[in-house]
Design a protein around this ligand. Structure first.
Ligand code: GAP
Length: 496
């Protein structure tokens, strides 16, 4: 990461702590890696983000909501393929005991070292260990990628690179000191009941999606929904990531906002395209900078085992582009597998077509915590004013933790009483903040840093005509609004 980008991320993490958005988990005990706590402003931001998603996804006639349990029958994870496939290749440095996800270690190498690895792999193939000609036929970039994948997939290749000292430990600089990659399952294990044996093992769910699949028939029957229809869920997911990194980007406990849309086979590709566009628009409608959000298709040879087509919504974080949401055409893979493993029918009777079939699924899977980080980074701005730099979080009003702050200009002449009354009235409809300490300029700055879109000031004119000033966070312009029109004013702004 470039130094100025690193600085930006550090500034955001520091602001997030100072203003009560995000705290390190168990900080007084030196923290727990990969876990974060949402402070008073963070929890509001997260709730607003989840509310915006919930409204967009379930306030429509063809999507139902669900809240499934985190612990599920262990067979669920066999059927879903997680017991077998939800693994990352892990290596340890024997010298300093640092532990890495191999692909992350490889990603950290510069182009020169990757070329060396690709050359060594070509040599290895030329010595009779595989199809050297096919490898040579690939472009240079693809060769480097294949060599990287081979490290994880083929232990002898890995050992050959280790011997040539091409693998470098990012922590101690040791070369050729790594253990052979092992498959590490990312699911957290625990036990149900008092006996901790194999028959009592359960997993903390690594995704919310499976809770939706196993409830497909329950929801279809109880709501009498006809295909196409979707089921949406927001909830915690847990992954024992080998390397957590970049603040909220890769954590061990996080929240997902997932929707599975069940469709007639044959209409899946069309629905996949529709959902891709709807989901991209959602980020733009919430004010995300269009130059920093993009869609990236998964190439066919990189598709997950369950997917026919897949695209990521990516955001340009200070450390580069990163996925914030995945949209997958999952075909009938999941319902088919649950039908096979549970012995219960997952078929749907299509009256129109007089046919019975297992529906296809288009999934939209967003990280609530990861998109919160994207919105936080996107909102962060430093604006040069005449005498100072103003730090401001330019959240969309729907996402902003506080919708308005009420600030009496001075604590006398009844301005504070009017301010408090206004605060209590507005509080019935909005999350608002009251602040009467310090100069009004400093109070504005505090609200800019919290991302509050409107500051309402009670001044001497209020005493005469019951109007207040409303200052816009972004333009810093002020207008006078009658106090009894404020609720309507804010409602209108929040509807945008
Ligand atoms: N049901 C499909 C699924 O879970 P995924 O790409 O593994 O797909 C979906 O995860 C989203 O969940 C990602 O786009 C990301 O926003 C979020 N996510 C996944 N792993 C995460 C982690 N370790 N920390 C934070 N967010 C994560």
């Amino acid at each position: 990461m470039a130094k100025n980008q690193q600085n930006t991320l550090e500034k955001i993490v520091s602001l997030a702590k100072r203003r009560g958005f995000i705290f390190q988990s168990s900080e007084i005990y030196s923290g727990l890696n990969g876990c974060w706590d949402y402070g008073p402003l963070g929890v509001e931001l997260l709730r607003n983000l989840k509310d915006a998603w919930w409204k967009a996804m379930t306030y429509r006639e063809d999507i139902e909501g669900l809240d499934a349990s985190i612990l599920m029958h262990p067979r669920v994870w066999e059927a879903s393929g997680h017991v077998e496939n939800f693994t990352d290749p892990m290596v340890d440095c024997k010298q300093c005991r640092s532990r890495y996800r191999l692909d992350v270690l490889y990603e950290g190498f510069n182009e020169k070292r990757r070329k060396k690895i690709a050359d060594a792999y070509a040599e290895y193939l030329a010595a009779g260990n595989g199809d050297a000609e096919a490898f040579k036929a690939q472009e240079r970039e693809k060769q480097m990628e294949i060599a990287g994948d081979a490290l994880a997939d083929q232990a002898p290749v890995f050992e050959a690179m280790n011997e040539k000292q091409l693998l470098v430990c990012a922590s101690c600089g040791g070369t050729g000191t790594f253990t052979v990659p092992r498959k590490f399952n990312l699911m957290f294990k625990t036990f149900v009941g008092p006996v901790e044996d194999n028959s009592a093992v359960v997993f903390l769910r690594p995704e919310t999606a499976q809770g939706i699949f196993v409830n497909f028939q329950n929801v279809a029957q109880s709501t009498r929904q006809k295909l196409p229809f979707g089921i949406a869920q927001i909830g915690k997911a847990f992954r024992n990531e080998i390397n957590t990194k970049n603040f909220l980007f890769r954590t061990r406990e996080f929240e997902q906002m997932e929707m599975q849309f069940f469709v007639r086979p044959g209409s899946d590709e069309d629905w996949y395209r529709q959902w891709r566009d709807i989901r991209m628009q959602w980020y733009l409608d919430l004010g995300m900078n269009p130059e920093k959000v993009r869609l990236t298709d998964h190439p066919e040879d990189k598709l997950a085992h369950y997917a026919k087509e897949a695209v990521d919504v990516e955001y340009l974080f200070p450390f580069g582009w990163g996925e914030i949401e995945g949209i997958h055409n999952r075909t009938d893979y999941d319902l088919g597998r649950h039908q096979e493993y549970s012995g219960k029918s997952m078929e749907y009777f299509d009256q129109e077509q007089d046919a019975r079939y297992v529906p296809y699924v288009v999934e939209t899977s967003a990280g609530a915590s990861r998109s919160l980080m994207a919105f936080l980074v996107d909102a962060y701005d430093e604006e040069e004013l005449e005498k100072e730099t103003r730090t401001v979080l330019r959240f969309h009003p729907k996402l902003a933790p506080f919708k308005a702050a009420i600030l009496p200009l001075v604590n006398r002449d009844g301005m504070d009483d009017i301010g408090l009354k206004l605060y209590r009235d507005l509080q019935k409809s909005f999350k608002v903040f009251y602040d009467d300490s310090g100069s009004v300029g400093r109070r504005y700055r505090r609200q800019d840093e919290a991302g509050t879109p409107y500051c309402i000031t009670v001044d001497s004119q209020t005493l005469e005509d019951q109007t207040v000033t409303v200052r816009d966070r972004d333009s810093m312009e002020q207008e006078r609004v009658a106090m009894d029109a404020l609720k309507g004013y804010l409602l209108e702004k929040l509807a945008d």
